[in-house]
Ligand binder design. Structure first.
Ligand code: PEP
Ligand code: MN
Length: 345
């Protein structure tokens, strides 16, 4: 951390800043220039907030040298992380092909969709049992019964499964059924929930909040990592924009931007980012071209009957076509797509 003093800072003020730095177990390195005096703070700055020094008399600015998202940063871990989702590798040149319905609606429906997306090349099955809905009157999900269906269907088709948890009190339950736990956009800054999933070893799919900055996203990842769970996959799913032509604004630049700052894998979710089947394919391909470590797509075999997010669902045939294009692009980019482990039943 670097503390910059005001041009008229007095010796007493400078001494006071040095005393504060040293009282926190850090070392201070004073450098007096012609116009400005700066104090370099040497020590583990992750334990301190710039604001602690910013308020001292005579201080004009405090600059962090290292990012606050210490564990998520590239500096902590220069190689890209690879997250293993029950045998499916995500990151470091391995693409996740996550697909399935928005919500689990019943065993038969999920089984049919799973068979379709598996045949098309998906390697992780998704489906929500606890749905974050804007309206309390909208379909809320099947709860634990849905989790059981998801696990059984995933096992039948040999696909690891990812599902959302919204409540810290349900983490233990969701963890029993899921191979990967999703933290949805609305809960990206639910710090109690992040801490709870951080205390498991399950891979976590952390979706970017709809008004979260990239640094906010990395700080939320830091909550999980700092609890000892290194298995975090980030997800760009669109942020609030001003144009109602699409559901959200797909921030494709977030992919290379995250990679420039962090070793964590990042995937894209063009379904929630655009909310329009005709925009999902181009945005999925743009995400992969931008360096994404996977794509997360909602697929339904009868969107008109879907309990949630029907209008943005891709039909299985459209998903199959897109998955083929993603495979071609992946080959061009030298990326691989892990096959899911063989069916367990
Ligand atoms: C979902 O994956 O169905 C979902 C609710 O996503 P998000 O949190 O990105 O809106
Ligand atoms: Mn959805």
């Amino acid at each position: 951390m670097i503390i910059i003093l005001k041009s008229g800072a007095t010796d007493a003020q400078i001494d006071h800043v040095i005393e504060r730095v040293e009282s926190l177990g850090l070392r201070a390195h004073l450098s007096r220039g012609t116009h400005r005096t700066i104090i370099g703070v040497i020590g583990d700055e992750s334990q301190f907030e710039p604001a602690q020094f910013q308020v001292l008399p005579g201080v004009t600015e405090v600059i962090r040298v290292l990012p606050a998202y210490k564990l998520a940063s590239n500096e902590a871990h220069p190689e890209p992380s690879v997250v293993d989702v029950a045998g499916v590798k995500v990151g470091g040149g391995n693409l996740a092909m996550i697909a399935g319905p928005c919500a689990i609606e019943g065993a038969k429906r999920l089984d049919t969709i799973a068979a379709d997306v598996r045949a098309a090349g998906a390697n992780i099955l998704r489906g929500g049992a606890f749905k974050p809905r804007t309206s309390p009157y909208a379909y809320q999900g099947m709860g634990e019964e849905g989790l059981k269906i998801l696990r059984d269907v995933g096992q039948k088709h040999g696909m690891p499964v990812v599902t959302e948890v919204m409540d810290p009190r349900r983490v233990e339950m969701v963890e029993r059924y899921a191979d990967m736990i999703q933290i949805g956009a609305r809960n990206m800054q639910n710090f109690v929930l992040l801490t709870e999933v951080g205390s498991t070893k399950k891979p976590v799919l952390l979706k970017r909040g709809m008004s979260a900055t990239i640094v906010d996203l990395l700080m939320s990842a830091e909550y999980i990592l700092s609890q000892g769970n290194p298995n975090v996959v980030l997800c760009e799913r669109g942020v609030k924009g001003f144009d109602s032509i699409a559901r959200n604004l797909f921030d494709v630049a977030a992919v290379p931007a995250c990679k420039a700052l962090s070793h964590l894998p990042i995937i894209v979710d063009p379904s929630h980012a655009t909310g329009r089947p005709d925009l999902i394919g181009p945005c999925a391909l743009a995400g992969v071209a931008a360096g994404a470590d996977g794509v997360h797509i909602e697929v339904h075999n009868c969107p008109e009957e879907a309990m949630s997010d029907g209008p943005q669902a891709l039909l299985p045939a459209a998903y199959e076509e897109l998955a083929g294009q993603i495979r071609q692009l992946a080959a061009l980019l030298g990326k691989s797509i892990s096959s899911p482990p063989a069916s367990k039943r």
